[in-house]
Design a protein around this ligand. Structure first.
Ligand code: SAM
Length: 392
């Protein structure tokens, strides 16, 4: 008998400072968490019950591809995304210990833990057996955490725990937060897709599977972001499954002629193609324009609308949840629309045609109906959450 695999990931993101530049300990490739020896991270991952498959070292972060998803290490921030029955949260106490003893980072600036509702909750272990145990576990570590359920409790929903700086234990003189070393808002988009179409699942089985690099190219994964800005690390599992991390250079791009402060972001993709529990996730923290005034080609960083369409065209999900999490300082646009309202507009425009039956999507995009839309203001961060399902 084949046991079902839990694709939906547990996502832990810990910030030890608001940006890498405030750590001020030399170049970003060697400071803060990036100076910790990889073997120490591997020991931490053994508690979580996953292993390193490969690693890519970028200018601003190290991207580890894991047997169950991904680990991103920046000088000031760690992102651990794990699927299956991994014990993601059991890694947290060890991560905090490593930060103190190996990187001289004694306090947590912010911590986020989130996940979609599990497909097979009865298979989970330790604190992951129930959201209430996960919250208890985190509350024992953070004195000021807050837990939220976003979406339908008896349908697709998303769970979020956030802890911020402790007032009584201020971190000395940190300037405002923002994207890594830059002044742009910090933002993360996740596209969590279930019930993938058979034609989208099949290429991820090894019998029909070329090398992961060719697969990434043939499915258009290598082209989600311009290839000249992308460093892609992909892995095909046997007999099925696929994971990829990508590091993306943004700003100062000679081809798209943008002149933002240059920076580096990531995206990560994980695919569980088995029928019955098929799932794919896409997560990205590159700051994206919500929409360009004119059409762009594949050599430009996509706007949010094009990004959603490109990803959905590859995986053809029957159901999907989108979340955009964005730091809330000054993130509105000139029309007085907040960033999350604009994001909701882009999600809808990407997935639903303005007139019934209009074939405006071009190749590969089906018509969806929105089944949920929630905007949340958490204080320092705002969230746009939306669910869609295929119109049958
Ligand atoms: C690690 S990948 C990606 C998981 C990801 N969270 C997702 O979005 O589905 C999981 C897929 O690879 C398959 N797989 C094959 N060998 C595996 C291994 N050694 N560890 C984890 N998954 C493996 C699983 O059956 C599943 O289809």
């Amino acid at each position: 008998m084949t046991f079902p695999f839990e694709g939906p990931e547990k996502l832990l993101e810990i910030w030890f400072a608001p940006s890498a530049k405030v750590l001020d300990a030399g170049s970003s490739s060697t400071c803060g968490l990036r100076k910790v020896d990889p073997s120490i991270w591997e020991d931490m991952l053994s508690i979580v019950k996953c292993k390193v498959l490969s690693v890519v070292h970028g200018d601003e972060m190290d991207a580890y591809l894991l047997s169950e998803s991904s680990l991103f290490i920046s000088p000031h921030r760690l992102i651990l995304k794990t699927c299956g029955t991994t014990l993601n949260l059991l890694g947290l106490p060890r991560i905090l210990e490593i930060a103190v003893t190996h990187a001289n980072l004694p306090s947590v600036h912010r911590c986020f833990y989130s996940r979609k509702a599990f497909m097979f909750p009865e298979r989970q272990l330790g604190p992951h057996r129930d959201w209430k145990y996960e919250v208890e576990f985190l509350d024992n570590i953070f004195p000021n955490g807050a837990a939220y359920t976003v979406g339908k409790v008896n349908g697709d929903h998303w769970l979020l725990y956030m802890a911020g700086p402790v007032e009584s234990d201020p971190i000395p003189d940190f300037p405002s937060s923002g994207n890594s070393q830059h002044s742009l808002p910090d933002c993360t988009i996740e596209i969590l897709m279930s019930d993938l179409a058979p034609a989208a699942r099949l290429p991820f089985f090894s019998s029909s599977n070329p090398a992961s690099v060719d697969l990434s190219a043939s499915l258009g994964i290598s082209e989600i972001f311009p290839s000249h800005l992308t460093t892609l690390d992909a892995y095909s599992f046997s007999p099925c499954g696929y994971s990829a991390n990508a590091l993306i250079k943004w700003g100062n791009d000679p081809i798209s002629e943008t002149n933002d402060t240059p920076g580096e972001g990531y995206y990560t993709i994980h695919v569980t193609p088995e029928e019955g529990w098929s799932y794919a996730s896409f997560e990205c923290n590159v700051p994206l324009p919500l929409s360009y005034p004119t059409a762009q080609d594949s050599r430009t960083i996509p706007d949010l609308l094009s990004l959603v369409r490109r990803v959905v065209a590859i995986f053809q999900p029957g159901r999907l949840t989108l979340t955009l999490f964005i730091s809330s300082e000054d993130n509105g646009n000139d029309e007085g629309e907040s960033a999350v309202e604009a994001a909701q507009r882009a999600f809808k425009a990407a997935l639903t045609p303005p007139t019934a039956g209009a074939n405006l999507f071009g190749a590969g995009i089906s018509e969806y109906k929105r089944t949920d839309k929630i905007n949340y203001e958490f204080g320092d961060y705002d969230l746009a959450f939306a669910s869609f399902e295929l119109k049958r």
